[in-house]
Structure formats: C-alpha cells, structure tokens
Design a protein around this ligand. Structure first.
Ligand SMILES: NC(=O)c1ccc[n+]([C@@H]2O[C@H](COP(=O)([O-])OP(=O)(O)OC[C@H]3O[C@@H](n4cnc5c(N)ncnc54)[C@H](OP(=O)(O)O)[C@@H]3O)[C@@H](O)[C@H]2O)c1
Length: 348
C-alpha cells in the first residue's frame, strides 16, 4: 500500500493498534447474490464500516434487504458513484458496469475490489472476446487468487477477484504445476459442477427452478470465459466443461491430469502440504475426497486427491462455495491483504 493510500484509506476509531483501524467500505451491487453475501460478511468485520450499499437504478427508491434484517439494518440506495464516501469499494456488478465504473473510482483515489471478470484477462484479444466492455487494464491491477498472489495484492489499487471455477481449479492445479509434477503438454480435464446461484439472481430458461430441478446439464464446453482465465494462470491449455446441478450454491471440480515419470503419491501430497502450510482457507484432505456440503457458507476450499502411480495420473477434487470463496469471501480475504489485516478477519 502506498503512503497516500494508507493515510486516505484507514481511519482510527480509537487507539492506534492495527485491530482498531477502520476502513470505510462501499458495496455496489448490494442487492445481488454476491453483494448480499458481502454485506453479511462485512457486517461482522472488525475493521470495516459500511458507508454505502447500492443497487442499480439511478431512479430506484432506497430499499431494505429482508434477508439481512438484524444483521445489517442499512438501506440500499441508488448508485451514485460521485457520492460514495468510502476508502474502498467492492463492485459486485455485471462486468460491463464494472468496466465503466472502476476507472473513475480509481481516479478519485479509491481502492477497488471487483468481483466481475472485467479486469481478469491480460491478453487484449482474449479480453476483447470475453469482456468487450473493458478496453484496457488500468494501472495497479492485481489478479486476486489470494494464496498465490500475496505481494501483488498488497499493493493493488484495483483488485480483480478470480472467477468461481478458476478459484476452485487453480487452487487444485497450481501446487502440482509449481512443484514440476504435471506432464508438460498433456491434457488437463476440469469437469466442474456448479449450483445455480453462480449465474446471478436473474432467472433464465436454463436456471429457473422448473428447468433445473431434477436435472444436470453440461454447458459451454471449450467456450466458457473462465477457460482463458485458467490458461493464463497455468500457462497451458485445459479442457474445461462446466455443469449446472440443482443446488443453490457450491462448486465441485473433478480434475484429471497426467504426472511426470517417477512421480509418487507422496510427492503429490508433499506439493499440496507445502503450498498450503500457511493458507488459512485451504484444507487438504488427502485420500478423503471432499464434498460441497463441507464448505457451504464458508470461505474454505477443500482439496482431496488420488494418485495412480502405474498410469501416472492424478485425480483431484476441489470444492468451494461459489458465493464465498468463489466471490465475496475471497474478495474480503483480498481486502484484508490489501489493508494489512489478518486474512481471516470477518471470515472465520
Ligand atoms: N454468483 C456467483 O457465484 C459469482 C461468483 C464469482 C463472481 N461473480 C461475479 O460477481 C458479479 C455479481 O454477481 P451476482 O451473481 O451477485 O449478480 P446478480 O445477483 O445478478 O446481482 C447484480 C447486482 O448488480 C446490480 N446491477 C445490475 N446492473 C447494474 C448496472 N448497470 N449498474 C449498477 N448496478 C447494476 C444489481 O442491482 P439491481 O438489484 O438494482 O438490479 C445487483 O445488485 C458478476 O460480475 C459475476 O460475474 C458472481
């Protein structure tokens, strides 16, 4: 964090210790799935004062959020970016709205934590294809996969929170790749299942109850916008096929990859143990394959795996709650890193 940001951003309610520091926070998109989750979590954050929560329409009337009654009794107001009295802003908006809003907020000296995909892709051509509203990446943008990007996150002016599928998938694959255990050039298959809240609150033909209940459907093989995000982080292609399952929340990724010759099951275990020795939100379960219910409503990512040494294959299961570790929770974890707070503040 720069000195300017530190003086602007952090206010002390009392005393001068780190645990008393208060950051004024605004949430744009507070009526959405991720935005409501942000409010629910930030309300109990010891270093946060929520100063504004906004919905979409400039003309809409202020409204309450019934699901958060007695947790947060504030009022959602229409979005007026120029009037946000805040040090940091969480954007839980459609990506085109984030792309439009973030540059002016940054220019006003606010730190921005964006949950959309607007600023995730560094390659101009990929960004033009998947996030056409984002003409260029502002200075000071960091990709917020917390466990692997701590240094960049600390000094970020604009934090681009990872997608939900990439969060689950990259936390499973990066330890193996960085330990040199993945066979170069061999295909990696990510077969992912997501609950319906991953698609946001507006029902579509695919996501409304009568279509989804009692069914499982694959969608967008090869063409999903999270594929280039994962390939950017891994530096190699992946075969990614997402599925919608009739759950309200949660993601389970079944991941299949090839290992370099001579890789033992012990080496795979060691790679995960080393990668996450100091990570408060990654729980490695080894042979015990984790389930969505173990992480629902939490910021944990649980990782389990099996190795077939004879065929040099590894199978990894990664589970997260898409609205918490896949969105609001990881965004707050990143906020904590940006302001020097304990990563767990507000989340455990
Ligand atoms: N859902 C997930 O699991 C998940 C996971 C990771 C990342 N994300 C990303 O997080 C963002 C929010 O997702 P979500 O699922 O919470 O979406 P959502 O439920 O559809 O909520 C969208 C929010 O944005 C507001 N909004 C819509 N258009 C706007 C505009 N033009 N200007 C200002 N505000 C506007 C809406 O306000 P009104 O209520 O007034 O319409 C609502 O508060 C998206 O970019 C999404 O890709 C979502």
């Amino acid at each position: 964090m720069t000195e300017l940001m530190a003086t602007q951003a952090v206010h002390e309610k009392q005393g001068d210790t780190q645990d008393k520091l208060q950051v004024r926070v605004a949430i744009a998109g507070a009526t959405g799935f991720a935005g409501q989750e942000l409010i629910r979590l930030l309300c109990r954050h010891p270093n946060v004062t929520i100063t504004a929560a906004t919905g979409s329409q400039a003309t809409s009337t202020p409204r309450k959020l019934p699901a958060l009654s007695r947790i947060w009794d504030g009022t959602v107001v229409p979005l007026d970016a120029a009037a946000l009295a805040a040090d940091a802003v969480f954007l839980a908006l459609p990506e085109a709205a984030s792309a439009e809003l973030a540059p002016s907020l940054l220019a006003s000296g606010l730190r921005v934590i964006d949950l959309s995909g607007a600023f995730r892709l560094r390659d101009d051509r990929q960004r033009a294809r998947f996030y056409p509203a984002t003409a260029s990446l502002p200075a000071g943008v960091a990709y917020g996969l917390t466990e692997f990007e701590l240094a960049a996150i600390e000094s970020a002016a604009l934090l681009s929170n990872p997608g939900c599928y990439p969060t689950a998938s990259l936390l499973a694959l990066l330890p193996l790749q960085r330990a040199g255990l993945l066979q170069p050039g061999a295909d990696i298959v990510i077969d992912a299942k997501s609950g319906i809240s991953g698609a946001g609150k507006a029902a579509t033909e695919r996501t409304h109850f009568s279509e989804n209940h009692g069914s499982v459907a694959a969608y967008n093989p090869f063409g999903h916008r999270h594929t280039p995000e994962m390939e950017q982080a891994l530096g190699q292609p992946v075969t990614f096929v997402p599925h919608l399952v009739p759950l309200d929340r949660g993601i389970l990724c079944s991941i299949y990859a090839h290992l370099v010759p001579g890789t033992t099951a012990a080496a795979v275990s060691q790679a995960f143990e080393r990668a996450y020795a100091d990570a408060p939100f990654v729980r490695i379960t080894g042979d015990a394959l984790p389930e969505i219910k173990h992480v629902a409503h939490t910021n944990f990512c649980d990782l389990g795996w099996r190795v077939d040494e004879a065929s040099r294959r590894v199978f990894v299961v990664s589970v997260i709650d898409n609205l918490v570790k896949g969105a609001a929770g990881q965004a707050i974890q990143n906020f904590n890193v940006m302001y020097g707070f304990d990563q767990r503040a507000g989340l455990l």
